[in-house]
Write a protein of this length. Structure first.
Length: 172
């Protein structure tokens, strides 16, 4: 959590993001600029910005990004619908692309809906460079397998931090 200039340089030197392409979908120009500034500071060079889900999906098909960051509230639809389209559409170039859902609404119900739509990570607004960087690192280091069913594609929604549960909650 060292946020000094030297601390950031040390943390940033651990990962090289300059060859990765990011797609940002947010209807707020200010948020897109903020995210773009953070990502540029982390070393990303290829950043695509859109302000609605339809344009975002078209950019996804055309440019096949390595990461998608989308807001929950978009002008014509919810970001969860974009996530479902990315994950489930037959013409999606990469249904396994990491997706960060960005939102000012952090109620547990929304987190569950986002998780169940297939997001890889959830990030609350207001967003800071430190919080975004931590999410990026967690995505790089994420060892969860993807689950694919008829109506869901996304990271395994079961987190196993302490091993298998014991007793009556244990799955057979």
């Amino acid at each position: 959590d060292d946020c000094t200039e030297d601390g950031w340089r040390a943390v940033l030197s651990n990962y090289d993001f300059h060859n990765l392409r990011v797609l940002i979908c947010d209807d707020s120009l200010q948020i897109r600029l903020l995210l773009k500034n953070f990502l540029t500071g982390f070393g990303f060079r290829d950043i695509i910005e859109t302000n609605d889900a339809e344009m975002a999906y078209a950019e996804l098909v055309e440019n096949d990004p390595d990461l998608v960051i989308t807001d929950w509230n978009l002008a014509t639809t919810e970001g969860t619908e974009l996530v479902r389209q990315i994950r489930l559409s037959p013409d999606s170039p990469n249904p396994y692309v990491p997706i960060i859902m960005l939102t000012g609404y952090t109620e547990i119900e929304r987190v569950v809906v986002a998780r169940d739509s297939g997001v890889s990570s959830f990030l609350a607004k207001p967003v800071s460079a430190n919080a975004l960087y931590k999410r990026l690192v967690s995505l790089v280091e994420d060892k969860r397998l993807f689950v694919r069913t008829d109506d869901f594609i996304g990271p395994d929604r079961r987190f196993k931090k302490k091993g298998h549960p014991e007793g009556p909650e244990r799955r057979h």
